[in-house]
Design a protein around this ligand. Structure first.
Ligand code: ADP
Ligand code: MG
Length: 724
């Protein structure tokens, strides 16, 4: 067998199952031990410093430089006691990953070594902004950018380094990261949602967003991963014939978790617990070697930061287990891909879950007000929301017969959709504006138990009893993009909701009737986005188009949603992104699409020329030797005797010729696209001509995998990668 693959398979078979991160104590004894949380701050800081941080967390108050020095010294004391040698700001640039630049605590002064960490270093660092994607906001010669501490997310210890969650902005103040717009969207949403909540309860002062991110992922053995250049470089296979058995028996989903994987899960859970990440579920997913974990939901910013951190921890722990975690949305063709379901809800500072139907008519009216506002937001910005989850990697699963469908819709479940229907059909509400009628109507709403709601796994945006599950996010994504788009759209819609109620009240309509009328209006305007059926069906494809819902057929094309008038206005009105910032993001999205596809195309070309064709030629040589031998021994009879071999030889020759030509055309398609100045046009060419060529190349490569002697095939096959 090709030695490279053979060696990898032997190595994989020799990998043992062991636990590496064991803590015998109950989880509660070490939960959060590596996080500088409030109780630790109390212990390591003076009262004024502690109060300053608290005010920053709770009210977004500015931290004074002098106090910052004290806070820094408390943090340093805690970190150094635990063996930390460095500190770093950790931020989320537009690459979609996290970035860090470690600085040592150690300082030498007058020949004396001591650990030093000033308030100024805590509050601000200066990474080179021009080295990160900025969409033209930063030129190479104006490199300066700032990362600044975000006190709303706790500081933690990882690999002997004190990590300080930060935002990343340019010298002139534009957002260069995923976090700034998210924080701004949360502020906008809080203001707008509080105004609506105040219609029901004057004591509400703020509304927060809670999210729970379910993380799906694949695991592969490290040795096999290393033997596949495509996995190493692209995190996905760019060629590979499907395995005879994969997920068709549905025997993996919720099946017994393989021992090897359980050991890995327990280990990364232990490490995650120490970092205060409250993981609650683990299970097998649909595809072979695909798994999922989910933490308990928490405040939005923290949940996103923790998800980014969790991905780092999982990958670090995987190394010990000789495993690789694939967060890519579609590492393997032909089987399900991975998502990051985002469970999203709103909660008042008084503790009310605003998307939870209550026991009384008044509570239900409030629930419906928020439900209607979300519905309208999702309807109005349906294409932008789909665009916010569209990336090259997520596009490989978009619109397939698995989550997510390419078009946005909301699934409400039988209870809620029944209520919405009756509100729409009940014209009396509009005529009889007495409060009595409104209450009669909403009193009919049953208290929905979370577990009572039916599930619709084909919906990209499903109501699940007290929250929406935005199911379309890709597994590798930073959830912030989709979340800030959603937050902003809902903030806009809630602002409009409050205004509509105020206008009606000013015209003399009693409050409850005004609210119900507005609910009816909002649902009526946006009912086209409500859909209870099968989101994967052909019928819905036709029906959704009729309803004016636009499907994402092409990823760069969908990015235009960001720069549409309505989107720019929404981001500006809500104070989330300026039009320059939105345009910059649009450019970054396109550029990143092109670069990632360019890398995949190059890797595919290399693999075909360096691995596939040589293996195919070797096998042809064996066949030819045999055919010639037969001719020598049997004369003309060799034609009958070697008919199958001759046919195989011909087939292989055809695929070798095809693949050589197609790899060449693939290079030409890239060259042509690279010459195009306009970034959106270039991305378009990549998404059509380059991508189409890659499909052609893959077709031949996968056929050759079927024809060539298994002994000679150099790359680990799907059947070897997908089962432990
Ligand atoms: P399922 O796979 O059945 O959807 P999981 O248990 O895998 O459910 O994940 C559900 C996620 O939703 C968890 O992270 C959970 O904490 C979160 N969640 C539950 N209630 C809320 C809520 N009110 N707001 C936001 N997230 C929530
Ligand atoms: Mg789940």
């Amino acid at each position: 067998m090709a030695t490279f693959r053979q060696r990898a398979l032997n190595e994989a078979a020799a990998h043992k199952t062991e636990r590496y991160f064991v803590d015998e104590r109950p989880v509660s004894a070490y939960f959060g031990q590596n996080v500088f949380d409030l109780p630790k701050m109390r212990k390591y800081m003076s009262q004024p410093a502690y109060e300053a941080v608290l005010a920053a967390i709770k009210e977004g108050a500015q931290i004074d430089r002098k106090v910052a020095n004290e806070i820094a010294s408390g943090m340093k004391a805690w970190a150094v006691e635990r063996g930390a040698t460095h500190y770093t700001h950790i931020f989320q640039p537009l690459t979609g990953t996290t970035a860090e630049k470690h600085e040592a605590f150690i300082t030498i002064k007058d020949g004396q070594a001591f650990e030093n960490f000033k308030g100024s270093a805590l509050v601000q660092q200066e990474p080179d902004a021009s080295s990160f994607p900025s969409g033209g906001l930063r030129a190479t010669f104006e490199a300066r950018g700032y990362s600044a501490w975000d006190p709303t997310s706790p500081v933690f210890l990882l690999d002997e380094t004190l990590c300080i969650p930060s935002v990343f902005i340019s010298y002139t103040g534009e957002a260069l990261d995923m976090k700034v717009p998210n924080l701004k969207s949360l502020a906008a949403l809080s203001t707008a949602a509080t105004a609506v909540a105040n219609l029901f309860d004057k004591s509400v002062k703020a509304v927060k967003v809670n999210i729970g991110l379910e993380q799906e992922y694949f695991l592969v053995d490290e040795a096999l991963y290393n033997a596949r250049p495509d996995l190493r470089i692209c995190d996905r296979t760019v060629i590979g014939h499907t395995s005879a058995k994969d997920q068709q028996l549905s025997d993996h989903y919720f099946g017994a978790i393989p021992q090897k994987v359980v050991a890995f899960m327990k280990d990364f859970e232990t490490e995650a617990y120490k970092l205060g990440i409250d993981l609650e579920t683990r299970h097998n997913e649909v595809a072979p070697n695909q798994f999922e974990c989910a933490p308990v939901f928490c405040e939005c910013t923290k949940a996103i930061d923790q998800n980014m951190l969790l991905m780092i921890v999982m990958q670090n722990v995987a190394k010990k287990h000789n495993l690789k975690v694939l967060f890519h949305e579609k590492p393997f063709d032909g089987i399900n891909g991975s998502g990051k379901h985002c469970n999203w809800s709103m909660q008042t500072d008084t503790g009310t879950l605003l998307l939870s139907p209550g026991k009384t008519g008044a509570k239900n009216l409030q629930f419906l007000a928020f439900y209607a506002a979300v519905t309208k937001a999702v309807y109005k910005h349906n294409y932008l929301l789909m665009s916010s989850i569209s990336t090259l990697s997520n596009s490989y699963r978009l619109g397939g017969h698995e989550a997510p469908p390419a078009v946005m819709s909301i699934f409400s479940g039988a209870y809620v959709s029944g209520i919405l229907k009756s509100i729409l059909e009940n014209d009396e509400i509009l005529e009889d504006t007495s409060a009595k009628n409104a209450i009669k109507m909403v009193n009919a709403i049953p208290d929905i138990l979370q577990d009572n709601t039916d599930r619709n796994r084909t919906s990209p945006f499903a109501f699940t009893g007290n929250r929406f599950e935005f199911r379309a996010l890709g597994s590798s994504a930073n959830a912030a993009t989709a979340v800030y788009v959603l937050n902003t759209a809902v903030a806009e819609s809630l602002t409009e909701f409050r205004k509509a109620v105020d206008d009606l009240e000013a015209a003399g309509v009693p409050r409850q009737a005004a609210i119900l009328k507005t609910i009816k209006k909002f649902i009526d305007e946006s009912k086209n986005v409500l859909f209870e059926g099968n989101g994967y069906s052909k019928e819905w494809e036709v029906e959704s188009a009729k309803r004016g819902l636009k499907a994402v057929k092409n990823v760069p094309e969908s990015y235009k949603a960001f720069i549409e008038k309505d989107s720019i206005k929404m981001f500006e009105d809500m104070g989330v992104l300026t039009s320059e910032e939105t345009n910059a993001r649009y450019e970054v999205l396109n550029e990143s699409y092109v670069k990632k596809l360019q890398i995949e195309a190059r890797v595919q070309g290399d693999i075909c020329l360096n691995h596939v064709i040589p293996a195919a030629v070797s096998y042809q040589n064996i066949l030819m030797k045999d055919i010639l031998g037969a001719k020598e021994a049997f004369g003309e009879e060799f034609k009958d005797l070697c008919a199958a071999e001759i046919a195989t030889y011909r087939k292989i020759a055809k695929f070798i010729n095809d693949i050589s030509r197609d790899v060449n055309d693939l290079v030409e398609a890239r060259k042509k696209a690279n010459k195009v100045e306009d970034f959106a046009e270039r991305a378009k060419l990549y998404s059509t001509e380059v991508k189409d060529m890659m499909d052609k190349v893959r077709y031949s490569a996968d056929h050759l995998e079927m024809l060539v002697d298994d002994e000679l095939w150099p790359l680990p096959k799907y059947r070897e990668l997908l089962f432990f």
